[in-house]
Design a protein around this ligand. Structure first.
Ligand code: CA
Length: 231
């Protein structure tokens, strides 16, 4: 379940976001100011931060600046919540390293769609675009997949599925969640679609012995994990 940290001083907006996120299967942590947010970040690592620009004491942009310089927090995706039609805020936010921004007032479906879009591209890739776990690596720039140094040929859907699982390792995703994150732009795919793509993906990885990285979690879904893997 993705964990979203909302930093917002207006209680009605916190309530609205909490409702929208819980309906979409996301957990929300919330802080009413920057110092409270930093206390939460000391103990939890959210998958994404929704950061209001105008906050009491320090503004959201100051937290964003510190996040982007922090070794363990610089990769956490941030969506800024900006005041209506303030172009200057949007540009400054993106310059400092926000992944996206949402203009207030926003609707819950718009918010959820933006969060999902940012989570989909939030990959823990290094500067060359490479993500790897064990002996399996994927390059998000060239779309090359290698397993024990052998190239792996994947179709576009299996590639996106692998990129998503590699970017969020050791977490279990249900078929419904995978449909949401990987197939989001498709028209009404069914849960069986996920099983078919998982089977294709494992088959492509099997000759190199990397198929066991993809685990089936009975009654829950799938995860990619290095555990119990000899790589
Ligand atoms: Ca505010």
């Amino acid at each position: 379940m993705p964990v979203i940290l909302l930093v917002e001083d207006e209680a009605p907006i916190r309530d609205m976001v909490r409702f929208a996120l819980s309906r979409s299967g996301m957990e929300m942590l919330d802080a009413e100011d920057v110092s409270h947010a930093e206390r939460i970040l000391d103990s939890r690592r959210p998958d994404l931060i929704l950061l209001d620009w105008m906050l009491p004491e320090e503004n959201g942009i100051e937290l964003l600046r510190r996040l982007r310089k922090h070794p363990d927090r610089k990769d956490i995706p941030v969506i800024m919540l900006t005041a209506m039609a303030d172009e200057d805020q949007k540009i400054r936010g993106l310059e400092v390293g926000a992944d996206d921004y949402i203009t207030k007032p926003f609707s819950p479906p718009e918010l959820v769609a933006r969060i999902k879009a940012v989570l989909r591209r939030a990959v823990g890739a290094d500067s060359s675009g490479c993500i790897s776990i064990g002996s399996l690596s994927l390059n998000t720039v060239t779309h090359e997949v290698r397993c024990r140094d052998n190239p792996v040929e994947l179709g576009p859907t299996e590639y996106r599925l692998l990129e998503f699982l590699l970017s969020h390792p050791n977490r279990v995703y249900s078929r419904t969640q995978l449909l949401d994150y990987v197939w989001a732009d498709n028209s009404a795919p069914v849960e069986r679609t996920v099983d078919v793509s998982i089977r294709r993906l494992r088959k492509a990885l099997e000759p190199m012995g990397c198929d066991s990285l993809i685990k089936t979690v009975r009654g829950a879904g799938y995860s990619l994990s290095r555990k119990n893997h000899g790589a």
